[in-house]
Design a protein around this ligand. Structure first.
Ligand SMILES: Nc1ncnc2c1ncn2[C@@H]1O[C@H](COP(=O)(O)OP(=O)(O)OP(=O)(O)O)[C@@H](O)[C@H]1O
Ligand SMILES: [Mg+2]
Length: 247
């Protein structure tokens, strides 16, 4: 049975999608069978990995129209496509009794054919995010190493506690990690040190540096290892993956 990891932060633009793609690709390169799920109506994960015309997506499956369809990307790596229509999920399912558990049920058959399922959560805390928290075993929280980058962290941590009580007693936080890090910026160094002091058990060793190639790779529909295997981004995500596997 695979482990379900959710990459989440209610804050936008902190590196959730970049991390889902590249942690997923990194895990696949170690031989793990990985399925990525794009839960964001922006569909950046889907587009960024080169899937442009997926006939079946996670939204249609959540509405009960079909089973989840898995699109192969490369050896050991596959994707469940997202859809812009996901933005209507709260409205469509908001008053259904089991509304937080729809994704969990859909993922069940996929858990037998994979080692890891990675959920790319949208920013915000809507019903899609609750569905992710209701089925994940482990959450990873990317943070930008700057002034307002850690805003909202308390909210996420409080929500996790509530979710553990109400929806998913299995849920744990695997760790927080910094993205877009620049060691030459005093603010970045200070922010990471402060957070390490505040949450010594939660902050991961691995730090993802600001790297041009990480921004470019999705424009070519590629993960960082395929696009620029010797880049800082590839080195950093490979180290993060090793840490996730050994922690
Ligand atoms: N380490 C990095 N170095 C350079 N650019 C990065 C890095 N990480 C992410 N980016 C870029 O920053 C932008 C935001 O990243 P990303 O889309 O992964 O964030 P997100 O948290 O998924 O955003 P959203 O909340 O909108 O879904 C993207 O343009 C991405 O290419
Ligand atoms: Mg995203």
């Amino acid at each position: 049975m695979s482990k379900i990891l959710a990459i989440t932060n209610q804050k936008g633009g902190v590196g959730k999608t970049t991390s889902t793609a590249n942690i997923g690709a990194g895990l696949a390169r170690t031989g793990k069978r990985v399925i990525l799920v794009d839960l964001d109506p922006q569909t950046n994960l889907t587009k960024g990995l080169g899937i442009v015309a997926a006939e079946k997506n996670v939204y249609g499956a959540l509405l009960g129209e079909y089973e989840l369809e898995v699109y192969p990307l490369q050896k050991n790596l596959a994707l469940v496509a997202g859809s812009p229509a996901l933005s209507g999920f709260d409205k469509a399912k908001g008053d259904e009794v089991d509304r937080e558990f729809l994704l969990k049920e859909l993922l069940e058959p996929l858990r037998k054919q994979s080692d890891y399922i990675l959920l790319d959560c949208p920013p915000g805390l809507g019903l899609v995010t609750l569905n992710a928290y209701a089925c994940a075993q482990v959450l990873y929280i990317p943070l930008e190493a700057q002034m307002y980058g850690v805003d909202g962290l308390e909210k996420v941590l409080n929500l996790v506690k509530r979710m553990q009580r109400r929806l998913n007693p299995e849920l744990t936080i695997g760790g927080l990690f910094f993205t877009r890090y620049n060691k030459h910026k005093i603010l970045h160094r200070e922010t990471t040190e402060t957070l390490r002091g505040q949450y010594p058990d939660l902050v991961l060793e691995g730090v993802i540096r600001e790297s041009v190639a990480l921004g470019e790779a999705p424009h070519f529909g590629k993960d960082i290892f395929t696009y620029a295997s010797h880049s800082a981004g590839a080195t950093d995500y490979a180290a993060l993956v090793t840490e996730l596997l050994t922690r």
